[in-house]
Design a protein around this ligand. Structure first.
Ligand SMILES: [Zn+2]
Length: 110
């Protein structure tokens, strides 16, 4: 059973992606301040993403949000998170290779 670990991992991945995006678009570089909190806008997006993940109808068997068939995000939130994932996805390989690869594997599950 992958169960809880799976969801926790996705939460971690989303958090790190938003962090990379925020640093590069709204703040300092990731390398110089890995502990800086997110800006207000990204903090809200993060909170929203966590809430959606917790309520996801697929539970532990869910695909990653990028491959999900149920578009549970509100339209504007969805556009925000897609922008974040598009930007941070490739950069995850460099910053967090283990999480990034695991995310890709999870994304392939049906
Ligand atoms: Zn931000």
């Amino acid at each position: 059973m992958l169960g809880k670990g799976r969801l926790e991992r996705e939460k971690q991945t989303v958090q790190k992606m938003i962090k990379i995006y925020c640093d590069h678009h709204h703040g300092q570089s990731y390398e110089s301040s890995p502990k800086e909190p997110l800006c207000k806008q990204c903090q809200e997006l993060y909170g929203y993403a966590m809430e959606r993940l917790s309520r996801c109808t697929f539970g532990a068997d869910k695909p990653t949000c990028g491959n999900c068939t149920v578009h549970c995000y509100k339209r504007n939130r969805r556009e925000e998170i897609i922008a974040v994932m598009r930007y941070a996805g490739p950069r995850m390989i460099r910053h967090h290779p283990v999480l990034a690869i695991q995310h890709l594997i999870d994304g392939r599950k049906k």
